[in-house]
Design a protein around this ligand. Structure first.
Ligand code: C2E
Ligand code: MG
Ligand code: MG
Length: 792
């Protein structure tokens, strides 16, 4: 028997999709014809059986009706076999063969009396064919039940055995025993009459196994099971009537056999025969109410038998004892399943399924329990909050499966970093927490935390890809008034400090930092409202021509007039605005306001070449509509693109092939210039500079106004200026604070410069004043100082 194709026992049975080989037929049959066929067959069959009952016994009419019904059942089963595959085909083919045998046996069975005028003798050669139908039934039942998972088998086997023992004892008592004890039967008749109930007993056992093990749904299967029930009932009646000498040829018992054939034909015609093989689901160790009732009822067979045959006490007691032991085994099995299930449920509720570590709830609970106890002398507790650095990149680049592998590897490594008694939990995502239950002091806890950072820093091999996952670890030590939430929050704050300090490191909780972090949160929230409230203002820092001393442009620098905190410099909020995305709106406002303002100055003071430098954040450049936004602003404010310089930092353009770089190229085509701000602090490389769409280098002030410039700094400044010039870029030194610095950059050939020495960032009114006082424009090599009352 093939083991493919019959899906009754498939673990994926809950999935209603049938595999191609499980399909009975791939050609769509007309729905109506298919759904009506079995009913028509039912009506015709029922009419045939009723007619059979009223026809003269053993006459031609009965012979024809029974044989026709039997033959059509065989034909329909063959049809089923021809349209199925795998085990379904085995079911239908074996039923077709059994129906053929029955038809061939029934013909002579009815023919003999018609020809001879005497009843068919018992046994007669056709009994071989009748008996041969049983192995076919068994094959069909076996294929229907299929194979089940090991787990399901034990409970089902016990249930089946209990029911078979009960049914078997009844059969023995009422069917087999009378035949065994019947006297006067010839030996062959004795053997054959015993063979039938024995076969029936096996079919009964297999039927029970099927019913117990498979909770079927399909109508076709139900009809088949009905057919087997008719077969067993009619066989039992036949055997008892034969033993009692009351069997009537062509009587009601024969009509019941016809019903059995009818049901096989109906099953083959039933529309659900198409899904026949995927109709059942294994019942496993579940005990339905019906099953329970049958199992309970089976225990009553002992008393029933005892009442019928009190002298067979020993045999009955043995059967009852075996049944009892089987029921006990079943109950014990169920109990074990329950215990296992509850352990499983408990463990699922307390562990993280991916890593097997404790989950957040367990960590919190254990931390609470530990904190509820007074600290042991000389020992305290610490919480480590571990957050992987840039874990998102792993997920994004290598996929979630790789991300999961990394998390599992992290869990393993955390075990290496702590003592066995310390609790490790995964709080969710890439966050882990450790509870160090007994540490003498902060220093020791810090050592453990360092160890965690160290073990997590080693690369992880994921299917041949080497992944680096550093971690930032926050450490909080128990103190007076610690509660679980507070301690975890403190460790969390410390972790953010570690991230802020450059990741892949440990930071200890510091209440001062905590207050600052709280303030940052507040500021972030305020920032989102600030744009709508018009709370930003612009200062402008002049840029000077270092040869002529003329002011050649300004850099717009934003400030935030905070309602409570006063005027805030950009360093206090630009980072937050970038984090929250508010920088996009702020940047748009700066660009438009500055263009409008500078355009006014250009008109008023007749300065068509006066430049405006505007700082652009990476978040702005990342937007696909950035170039369009800039164009719109230029149109609205009538600003000349040739006077606009967009300042970006090096990190923004780490990848010259990025879309951000492409946007800058688009803008440069309009005549806008691009400057690299704070040059020298990021990715500077010659190759990088050559490929970037830039026009100007603004040299970071650390190269210009180093507090104690050494020979290297000077050489570096020389090199940077020389490099920029050789690449044909304008080089603008920032942060010129001292006269000698000015002279130095002048000597290096820088044409334009910016710095406090020349002018601090000032208000628009102050710029206007400066533009009006042409006489105060700093002269070359002896620049004047311009201060504004608002300047920082
Ligand atoms: P930045 O673009 O490099 O601007 C120059 C900064 O250096 C300004 O600081 C300016 O006051 C300061 N500075 C100029 N000369 C000297 C000097 O001689 N000595 C010293 N110590 N500092 C000098 P500010 O105004 O605080 O701006 C800081 C940074 O904030 C800017 O650096 C820029 O990166 C950012 N920023 C300012 N406004 C905006 C804006 O509208 N959008 C964006 N995205 N960033 C802005
Ligand atoms: Mg700038
Ligand atoms: Mg700068």
């Amino acid at each position: 028997m093939t083991t493919t194709g019959l899906a009754l026992d498939s673990p994926n049975l809950h999935d209603d999709r049938a595999s191609p080989e499980q399909e009975l037929d791939t050609t769509p049959a007309p729905r109506h014809a298919a759904s009506l066929g079995w009913l028509v067959y039912l009506v015709l069959g029922a009419a045939a059986i009723t007619t059979y009952y009223f026809l003269p016994r053993a006459g031609v009419g009965q012979a024809v009706l029974l044989t026709v019904l039997n033959a059509t059942a065989a034909g329909l089963a063959y049809r089923g076999a021809s349209k199925t595959h795998g085990r379904a085909r085995v079911v239908w083919a074996s039923l077709a063969i059994s129906m053929t045998f029955a038809t061939l046996a029934n013909g002579p069975y009815y023919g003999v009396p018609l020809i001879t005028g005497h009843p068919t003798p018992f046994p007669y050669p056709g009994d071989i064919l009748f008996l041969a139908t049983y192995p076919c039934y068994m094959i069909a039942l076996g294929a229907l039940a299929g194979q089940r998972r090991r787990n399901d088998r034990r409970g089902d086997a016990l249930d089946s055995m209990i029911l078979v023992i009960a049914g078997g004892s009844l059969m023995w008592e009422f069917v087999i025993a009378p035949v065994v004890h019947a006297s006067g039967l010839p030996i062959l008749a004795h053997v054959v009459s015993l063979a039938y109930p024995t076969m029936d007993l096996i079919v009964f056992a297999m039927l029970i196994r099927l019913v117990v093990a498979v909770s079927w749904r399909s109508g076709s299967m139900r009809l088949l099971l009905g057919s087997f029930v008719f077969l067993l009932v009619s066989d039992t009646l036949y055997a008892t009537q034969l033993a009692a000498g009351t069997y009537q040829f062509g009587g009601p018992t024969d009509a019941l056999w016809m019903a059995s054939y009818l049901f096989i034909g109906m099953a083959a015609l039933h529309p659900s025969a198409r899904e026949f093989t995927r109709a059942g689901t294994p019942s496993g160790h579940r005990l339905s109410k019906g099953k329970l009732a049958f199992l309970g009822g089976s225990l009553l067979t002992g008393p029933v038998l005892l009442a019928n045959r009190p002298h067979e006490l020993f045999v009955i007691a043995c059967a009852s004892g075996v049944s009892f032991l089987l029921v006990m085994a079943r109950v014990t099995g169920l109990n074990r399943q329950l215990v296992l299930a509850s352990v499983e449920i408990e463990s699922r509720a307390s562990t993280d399924s991916l890593t097997g570590l404790a989950n957040r709830a367990v960590f919190h609970g254990q931390l609470a329990a530990v904190l509820a106890q007074p600290s042991r002398r000389g020992l305290t507790q610490a919480v480590l909050f571990v957050d992987l650095d840039d874990f998102k990149d792993v997920n994004d680049t290598l996929g979630h499966a790789a991300g999961d592998s990394v998390l599992r590897a992290v869990a393993d490594r955390l075990h290496q970093a702590v003592r066995p008694g310390d609790l490790i939990a995964r709080l969710g995502g890439d966050e882990f927490a450790l509870l160090l239950d007994a540490v003498p002091d902060l220093g020791t806890a810090q050592l453990v935390a360092e160890r965690v950072v160290h073990v997590l820093a080693a690369p992880v091999d994921i299917n041949g890809s080497v992944v680096h996952v550093g971690a930032s670890v926050g450490l909080a030590l128990r103190h007076d008034g610690s509660d679980p939430d507070k301690l975890m929050r403190e460790a969390d704050v410390a972790m953010y400090t570690a991230k802020g300090n450059g990741k892949n490191r440990v930071a200890c909780y510091d209440s001062a930092v905590d207050t600052a972090v709280g303030a940052q949160h507040e500021l972030k929230a305020d920032l989102l409202l600030a744009c709508g409230r018009d709370e930003f203002v612009l200062d402008y820092q002049p840029l000077y021509d270092l040869e002529t001393g003329g002011m050649v442009g300004v850099e717009a620098l934003v400030r935030w007039q905070h309602p409570v905190r006063g005027l805030l410099p950009p360093y206090d909020f630009i980072g937050l605005a970038e984090e929250s995305g508010a920088i996009v709106d702020i940047g748009a406002w700066v660009l438009e306001t500055a263009c409008r303002q500078v355009h006014t100055w250009q008109r008023l003071h007749a300065l068509p070449q006066f430049d405006l430098c505007v700082n652009i954040s990476m978040r702005q450049l990342e937007r696909s509509d950035f170039a369009d936004q800039v164009k719109d602003v230029l149109l609205r404010t009538e600003f000349d693109p040739a006077c606009l310089v967009l300042e970006i930092t090096e990190s923004v353009l780490a990848d010259p092939r990025s879309e951000s770089a492409a946007r800058l190229t688009t803008l440069r085509r309009l005549g806008i210039r691009v400057a690299i701000d704070d040059f020298g602090t990021g990715y500077s490389s010659i190759e990088y500079l050559r490929r970037l769409p830039v026009d100007i280098l603004k040299i970071d002030r650390s190269f210009v106004s180093a507090e104690h410039p050494g020979p290297h700094d000077e050489a570096l400044l020389d090199a940077i200026v020389g490099l920029g010039q050789r690449l044909g870029l304008d080089v603008i030194p920032e942060g010129i604070e001292e006269a000698d610095q000015l002279i130095r950059v002048q000597d290096l050939g820088c044409r334009t410069g910016q710095g406090f020495l020349l002018s601090r960032p000032v208000s628009p009114a102050a710029i206007e004043m400066l533009l009006g006082q042409t006489s105060t424009v700093p002269s070359p090599r002896r620049p004047g100082r311009h201060r504004d009352t608002q300047a920082a």
